[in-house]
Design a binder for this molecule. Structure first.
Ligand code: FMN
Ligand code: SF4
Length: 644
């Protein structure tokens, strides 16, 4: 099946409102052609011209965003995203106005605005383009394609063109590694890029064809659901699990979840029944949150679950609400998946119509639960559950101190269940078929199946639902890999598995994973792979704590030095010593940032050695040599120190 997420624009957009102003003929007459009134006002903003009209236009944009989304804390991100879309950046006056509307200090709004990759306080292009710099996309020529587009449009990567028509930059994995290389244009994903497509895109941009009128086939996201098992293949109807649970009670549902052995599919593998039970036992206003941030490079299984199994995911959230007593839930959707927002909202509306969401659920007088969707704005750290909660609360999304954990102190410091998309989808099936049915598949400690997002050098990239306990070799057989250098399981933070270890198993007791499975052919360069992962961590470090902020940058610099053949044995020692520094980090991102370096160093020491300029230890900085010029100039050769 094929899905076309084309953006809709028209009545209700600020361009439409502003073009009613009557200024358009005037601007056309003086030679601004088809530039809209609003474009001119925002271009004048970027030149710091404070005209009354431009201030009015900013106010109109903020009015529209606020009336569309609201002014509760969870709406802040949506309002900022909307303003960014309409103005192509976040003007200072807009941020001031937002701060007033939300009754927040300006510093807090600016702090949020400056955090996210897709929000900007300086003007961006009318066509704002981000190429995925995930290692898989890069190995499929995304850098050359970006250069080609930049060349055709006469701008540098990372820059905004002088006429503010277009800006081109990179972003971390866009969740399309099975059909990369990919980019986002004004938030809309374009997969399967080719040189011909780049030329055609440049032509459309130069001719100022709105993205809505670009060929629909450019936006087609193919489904690659290559292997179905328990989760993807079991027939399921909306409401069946929920009604079953309501009939048999909370105790029964928790028993079934315990018997199923379901563990969190986001990567950490915490038992789901225990999480829900702890949350239930903590007094307060409970919340349920679905983590659909899916930012781990090489992961895209939640994309397909949300596309085809959204109802099942929402039912899982409703079951969690039944257990905990929550009345409100949030689905946190990564900004890169904004194209899924409308279908997801439609699925929520449908459930409300069926009496499966909203007030008096399934006809019960005291069961009320509804779900809101919050869309992120390009920050990997928001996948970390406590950062995600801060993001929903309209705060800068730094990870919180743990403990306390979200189950006791989550959203607005209330007990909160946070689960991955796949965990909720599995729970809704367990509520129908029971725990034993689920636990029949898998290993002793890892029950059921796991969705793997397989990408890279293999014949059939896509999503494979495999039983826990399957070996890496068996997975490689399924996806049709040739000669391989190794496999990265669990994204950059996970484990690099060399061919000698291909009998290792996908299971929490061996290779735990959130689902990313990147295959690297034997022609790939291990140092290049590790450097790209180091770059990912340095870019995505939220900067909150020093060990990670500094450690990830130092790690990247050392890896670059090795990659370019400038390093010595001393640099390898320094690289190894960074592990200790990174382990002192505040959250999981910093704790795991050394993994790719550590694993590749362990498996491929020869590859590293071969890249060194000097096999002997030689310090990166030769103090004695550096001082020599100063000694010559001053005529002091150390004798004065001896006198002292
Ligand atoms: C840096 C970082 C990024 C994470 N990204 C995700 C993510 O994208 N999706 C996800 O479900 N869990 C992610 N997690 C794990 C979550 O913090 C949390 O453990 C998970 O959502 C809990 O759900 P589960 O029990 O169903 O796995 C991430 C953790 C860290 C440290
Ligand atoms: S470890 Fe990194 S990502 Fe986590 S809080 Fe520290 S700086 Fe932020």
């Amino acid at each position: 099946m094929i899905f076309c997420p084309l953006p809709l624009r028209g009545e209700g957009t600020i361009g439409h409102v502003a073009d009613q102003s009557g200024f358009q003929p005037y601007f056309e007459a003086i030679g601004f052609g088809r530039w809209s009134f609003i474009d001119l006002l925002f271009r004048s903003r970027s030149l710091e011209i404070d005209t009354a009209e431009s201030l009015d236009a900013v106010a109109a944009v903020v009015d529209k965003a606020v009336s569309q989304h609201g002014t509760r804390p969870q709406h802040l991100l949506a309002v900022l995203r909307q303003i960014q879309k309409d103005c192509h950046y976040l003007p200072k006056q807009a941020l001031q106005s937002v701060a007033r509307r939300f009754s927040l200090p300006l510093a807090r709004v600016v702090g949020v605005a400056e955090f996210y990759g897709f929000l900007h306080t300086q003007p961006r292009g009318e066509y704002d383009i981000y190429f995925s710099d995930c290692v898989i996309d890069v190995f499929h020529d995304s850098e050359a394609l970006m250069q080609r587009l930049c060349h055709r449009l006469r701008l540098q990567p990372g820059a905004v063109r002088g006429d503010r028509r277009v800006s081109i930059d990179t972003t971390s994995c866009t969740g399309l590694c099975d059909q990369g290389p990919a980019l986002l244009v004004n938030g809309w994903p374009v997969p399967r890029l080719t040189p011909t497509l780049m030329d055609a895109m440049a032509d459309h941009i130069e001719r100022r064809v709105p993205v809505t009128q670009w060929p629909a086939e450019w936006f087609l996201i193919e489904d690659h659901l290559c292997r179905h098992d328990l989760l993807l293949n079991t027939p399921w109807r909306p409401g069946t699990g929920l009604k079953n649970a309501l009939r048999q009670g909370v105790g029964w549902l928790l028993e079934q979840l315990t018997a199923s052995g379901l563990r969190g599919r986001g990567g950490a593998g915490f038992p789901t029944a225990r999480k829900w039970q702890f949350c239930r036992e903590t007094p307060g206003d409970h919340y349920v949150v679905c983590n659909a941030d899916e930012g781990e490079p090489g992961t895209f299984k939640d994309r397909e679950l949300l596309k085809h199994y959204a109802d099942q995911v929402f039912e899982g959230m409703t079951l969690a609400a039944f257990v905990t007593g929550a009345r409100l839930g949030f689905l946190y959707l990564r900004g890169e998946y904004e194209c899924l927002l409308r279908p997801l909202q439609a699925a929520l509306r449908q459930r409300r119509c069926l009496g499966l969401l909203g007030r008096n659920l399934c006809g019960l007088m005291d069961f009320h639960f509804d779900i809101e969707i919050v869309v992120g704005a390009g920050a990997y750290i928001c996948g970390e559950e406590s950062a995600l909660l801060n993001s929903i609360e309209g705060l800068r999304p730094h990870p919180r101190n743990r403990p306390p954990y979200p189950v006791t102190c989550g959203l607005w410091n209330q007990p909160t269940v946070v689960n991955n998309v796949e965990s909720f989808a599995a729970a809704s099936l367990i509520a129908v078929h029971g725990g034993e049915w689920f636990a029949k598949v898998g290993t002793e400690k890892s029950k059921g199946t796991k969705l793997l997002s397989i990408s890279g050098d293999c014949a059939r990239p896509g999503i494979y639902e495999v039983p826990f306990g399957i070996t890496v070799a068996e997975v490689l057989g399924l996806c049709g890999s040739g000669e391989t250098l190794g496999v990265q399981v669990g994204g950059p933070a996970g484990t690099f598995v060399a061919p000698s270890d291909y009998q290792r198993r996908i299971a929490y007791e061996d290779l735990g994973t959130g689902g990313s499975f990147m295959v690297f052919g034997s022609h790939r360069d291990i140092i290049d792979i590790a450097t790209r992962f180091a770059q990912f961590f340095a870019h995505e470090s939220c900067g909150f704590c020093t060990p990670c902020r500094v450690g990830t940058s130092l790690q990247l610099r050392l890896m670059e030095k090795i990659r370019r053949g400038w390093a010595t044995a001393g640099d390898i020692q320094e690289l190894e010593s960074l592990k200790q520094l990174l382990e002192a980090s505040h959250c999981g991102l910093g704790h795991t940032a050394h993994n790719p370096v550590q694993h590749t160093l362990a498996h491929y020491p020869g590859h590293y050695q071969a890249r060194l300029r000097d096999l002997d230890f030689s310090p990166g900085f030769d103090l004695d040599n550096e001082l020599e010029t100063a000694r010559q100039l001053t005529g002091r050769f150390g004798d004065h120190l001896r006198q002292v």
